[in-house]
Design a protein around this ligand. Structure first.
Ligand SMILES: Nc1ncnc2c1ncn2[C@@H]1O[C@H](COP(=O)(O)OP(=O)(O)OP(=O)(O)O)[C@@H](O)[C@H]1O
Ligand SMILES: [Mg+2]
Length: 225
């Protein structure tokens, strides 16, 4: 069996309210790093801390709970549920957080439709993913990550399938979350317009951070909220 060493010597601290951009060529570890930060994956070596607490000792269920209550995820390949409409895909994270009463579900459904409308999908709320193009699926995935107003959004190339008008729309939506709710963003992107809005940019090359600023060196991967 062959082991792939996807990341090496990463020491990174993410501050609250940051818009941290991660860039680098294909296959150099962006998704792997984002999956660690988004509590989807566990490191085979080293430690990840969230709010100053190590996550390695958490059980799978505890990690899932922490993720559901704290993190919004935009997957590189969207990972929409094919048997749910756009609106019901967006509702999923709210339903994972708590069992909704009838009235709460109705309010949540309106909130989901509003968010989809802000992303230019007002006429697609009842469409299934198979009837949406890649750019529309990507915007549904973005709405699903934002619906809970999570403290941390981890977005893996969230505008890769969007044209410039929608890139601007998504960037403005992210910026409004940062402003209004203090949301922290960790985004992998190659898009210059998104990079321009980042408060910090990290370059990954062969799983290593290039030119890490001195103040982030030699510390564990840690997230403060
Ligand atoms: N599940 C896996 N099993 C084995 N190797 C993997 C797995 N996932 C990723 N890798 C390898 O880890 C390395 C980093 O991959 P990763 O997907 O993190 O890169 P990336 O920068 O996100 O690439 P892209 O820009 O194409 O999305 C690559 O060499 C990849 O082949
Ligand atoms: Mg990737």
């Amino acid at each position: 069996m062959f082991a792939v060493r996807a990341l090496h010597d990463i020491h990174l601290e993410v501050e609250p309210g940051e818009m941290l951009a991660v860039c680098g060529p294909s296959g150099h570890g962006k998704t792997t790093l984002l999956n660690l930060i988004g509590l989807l994956d566990t490191a085979s070596a080293g430690e990840v801390e969230f709010d100053g607490k190590g996550v390695a000792s958490l059980s799978e269920a505890q990690r899932a709970l922490l993720r559901a209550s704290t993190v919004g995820l935009v997957f590189q390949s969207f990972s929409l549920v094919p048997v749910l409409t756009a609106q019901d895909n967006v509702l999923l994270p709210l339903q994972l957080r708590a069992r909704l009463t009838g009235a709460e579900r109705k309010a949540a459904a309106e909130q989901a439709a509003e968010l989809l409308a802000r992303l230019g999908l007002a006429s697609h709320v009842r469409h299934y993913p198979a009837r949406l193009d890649a750019g529309q699926c990507q915007r549904v995935a973005i709405a699903r990550a934002l619906i809970t107003r999570p403290r941390l959004v981890v977005a893996d190339e969230p505008t890769s399938r969007l044209d410039s008008g929608f890139v601007r729309m998504v960037s403005e939506l992210f910026a409004s979350y940062q402003r209004e709710y203090g949301t922290t963003f960790v985004i992998s992107t190659r898009d210059q317009r998104q990079l321009a809005r980042a408060t910090r940019t990290l370059q990954l090359a062969d799983g290593r951070l290039l030119a890490a600023p001195a103040d982030t060196a030699r510390r564990p991967l840690r997230m403060h909220q």
